[in-house]
Ligand binder design. Structure first.
Ligand SMILES: Nc1nc2c(ncn2[C@@H]2O[C@H](COP(=O)(O)OP(=O)(O)OP(=O)(O)O)[C@@H](O)[C@H]2O)c(=O)[nH]1
Ligand SMILES: [Mg+2]
Length: 342
């Protein structure tokens, strides 16, 4: 699987077709009037968001893209054909900027949302259009206008409702696979997930929320350690963060300290993340041994800070119905998108 969330491409809209210079030539009409048709307009460059895509990988080898030129006008007042538009499909959450000026152009957040990036060049007028009472036989027509070019930077920031975060191996992908139909890779070693995954949680088959699983974060992520903070941008637009803690985690520190370390890393990368509503999940409870005193300390500390938490096992499913209920209640009903199956 390949994943690409940032790419620079060059686009060019189509040239307008030339107008035609032509005169009627018919038997018994010696001096026919002008009948040169107009050139067709060049194709435009249009960007369209499509929910079937979730990476920009399709542009990894298509870096120079051009819409079709308009065809020249023809005799007998026939206009040239318009050039076909070039429609560039991108995943929801793609932000488009002019690479050379850094000007913001568009942020496509809804399925089928379109943005006209570069209009095609207008086709030139044929000589029939220039016929006047003084000049009944104009010998000129307009050239078509050229298309326009731009270098674009496409950057993807997922549109997800819920972001899963936690240390590597804490069970994020396992949880995603339990809550949705997504089948991310799961394994008992850190950094199994190297690219973000998306899944959809449905509630009674009527509404749904999009959940994003990102690669595990470690201490120093803000300085580029591990896979760094590169993928944190994919949870910037979420409304709720779900932070997984592994109750069996052995680092020499306690689980609570691990929690603070990651909060600190997130703070360094993007302070806005810290203000998002949060649910903490104490995961792998099926492995919990009552001799671990960590749990009570952890629960008390979270309670003291007013942080909502749940003890779960992503593996056995313990606590997951409660989690779904909690997520559902946390989202305002108006935020829960209707997700009609079709
Ligand atoms: N016993 C038990 N094992 C779990 C539980 N949740 C996850 N695991 C196991 O923990 C390991 C890591 O799970 P992943 O879901 O890949 O963890 P992750 O957080 O996505 O890890 P990275 O992608 O590396 O960040 C796997 O072997 C899972 O089977 C749980 O609740 N109980
Ligand atoms: Mg994972």
């Amino acid at each position: 699987m390949s994943f690409l969330d940032e790419v620079v491409i060059s686009v060019r809209s189509g040239d307008g077709g030339r107008g035609c210079v032509s005169f009627r030539r018919e038997k018994y009409i010696p001096k026919g009037g002008p009948n040169g048709g107009d050139g067709g307009d060049g194709g435009s460059i249009i960007i369209r968001a499509a929910k079937k895509h979730y990476t920009l990988t399709r542009y990894s080898s298509r870096k120079n893209l051009k819409a079709r030129n308009g065809e020249p006008g023809k005799g007998k007042n026939r206009s040239g054909k318009h050039g076909d538009d070039l429609i560039l499909e991108v995943p929801l959450g793609t932000i488009i900027k002019d690479e050379d000026t850094d000007e913001f152009l568009a942020d496509l957040t809804h399925d089928k949302q379109e943005f006209l990036l570069l209009p095609g060049g207008k086709g030139g007028k044929g000589n029939q259009r220039f016929s006047t009472s003084k000049n009944r036989a104009p010998r000129y027509a307009q050239p078509g206008l050229p298309g326009q070019e731009k270098r674009l930077r496409l950057s993807l920031k997922f549109i997800a409702d819920i972001g899963l975060i936690g240390f590597p191996n804490s069970g994020k992908s396992t949880l995603l696979s339990r809550l949705s139909m997504a089948r991310p890779k799961i394994a008992n070693y850190p950094f199994t997930t190297i690219f973000p995954n998306l899944g959809v949680i449905t509630f009674d088959n009527e509404s749904c929320l999009i959940i994003a699983d990102i690669p595990g974060l470690i201490e120093g992520a803000s300085m580029g350690r591990g896979l760094g903070h590169r993928f944190l941008k994919h949870i910037e637009r979420t409304k709720l963060l779900v932070h997984l803690l592994d109750i069996t985690y052995q680092t020499g520190q306690d689980t609570l300290e691990d929690f603070h370390i990651l909060r600190q890393e997130m703070m360094s990368c993007n302070p806005g993340l810290i203000d998002k509503p949060l649910i903490v999940l104490i995961n792998k409870m099926d492995l919990y041994d009552t001799r671990h005193r960590d749990l009570n300390k952890l629960k008390k500390a979270l309670e003291k800070r007013g942080i909502e938490y749940l003890c779960i096992s992503a593996l056995t499913g313990e606590g997951l119905e409660e989690l779904k209920q909690m997520i559902f209640e946390k989202q305002h009903m108006s935020d829960v998108k209707a997700c009609f199956k079709n």
